[in-house]
Design a protein around this ligand. Structure first.
Ligand SMILES: Cc1ncc(COP(=O)(O)O)c(C=O)c1O
Length: 275
């Protein structure tokens, strides 16, 4: 019940290019994972995107309502770039109610509260995508995988990915990495603690609106000062992501949780600037 790809990007791309067309209606959130959005554009697949509310959460009722008209549901859980993750029972309810193809992208799943991978046993139309790029820190390895019903994985492995999808070097390195899963879990635990520290510290500044996150990054709206904050950090050798406008929030920045030392350096730089 597992298929692999050159990064989860390739899995998403193969699903879209083989199972969707100009007539397929995709339902997702706004924002959603940029690559997925771009791929839909490339293949001229029409997308309906439910916007995040101003507190950067999604309303499951909206999805339940609109999902009736969609053929494919794509949700990154947790979401990139907001860090939002639905409550497990809300997402389960949505998945159970949807008849089309469901792609739950758990690229950041290890940092979140739950996975839906167990549901593929009872839910034939569910594909749960995961990767070694985030929690294992191995984005350069290009190893993504997905869990789905056997008919789907067989078609994917024997037709779409045939004959040599992944290099031997990648396979052997991935096996070594998976053998170190305990180390990955320890690192994820530290990242979760550090995420809490960063959120709490950033919330001390009135200038910032800081959103909860279930991923290994934190999104915050620095309003009018986002360019100043971004540039000041760059001067100190700290590179965060300048996202700008997301919905009603016009100064969004996204900081990835680093090592304890890196995070302290980031928080000190913010204090020097605003404290
Ligand atoms: C939500 C999401 N899915 C998938 C990916 C792609 O990961 P990869 O192709 O490295 O497995 C990313 C990377 O940023 C992501 O944010």
């Amino acid at each position: 019940m597992i298929g692999v790809g050159n990064g989860s990007d390739q899995i998403l791309d193969l699903i879209l290019s083989n199972f969707a067309s100009k007539q397929t209606r995709v339902l997702t959130s706004n924002p959603t994972f940029g690559f997925f959005e771009e791929r839909c554009k490339l293949y001229s697949i029409p997308v309906t995107a439910i916007p995040f509310s101003s507190d950067m959460t999604l309303d499951v009722k909206e999805f339940l309502k609109v999902s009736k008209n969609a053929d494919i549901l794509y949700l990154d859980s947790p979401n990139n770039p907001t860090g939002f993750q639905f409550q497990k029972n809300d997402l389960q309810k949505l998945v159970k109610s949807f008849d089309g193809l469901i792609i739950i992208d758990e690229a950041y799943g290890e940092f979140g509260d739950f996975s839906l991978s167990d549901m593929v046993k009872s839910q034939e139309n569910l594909v749960v995508v995961q990767t070694l790029s985030k929690s294992f820190g191995l984005a350069g390895l290009r190893l993504g995988y997905f869990i789905a019903n056997k008919k789907f994985t067989d078609a994917f492995n024997q037709v779409l990915q045939y004959p040599y999808p992944i290099s031997t070097l990648t396979i052997e390195s991935a096996i070594l990495a998976l053998e170190q899963s305990a180390q990955m879990k320890d690192a994820v635990q530290i990242i979760k603690e550090e995420r809490k520290r960063i959120i709490e510290n950033l919330r001390k500044y009135d200038t910032f609106e800081v959103f909860d996150s279930k991923a290994n990054f934190v999104l915050f709206d620095a309003h009018g000062s986002h360019k100043r904050v971004y540039d000041a950090l760059i001067e100190q050798g700290i590179s965060i992501r300048k996202l700008g406008k997301i919905g009603k929030h016009d100064g969004c920045l996204r900081v990835t949780i680093g090592t304890k030392e890196m995070n302290s350096k980031f928080l000190l730089a913010i204090r020097d600037l605003l404290g």
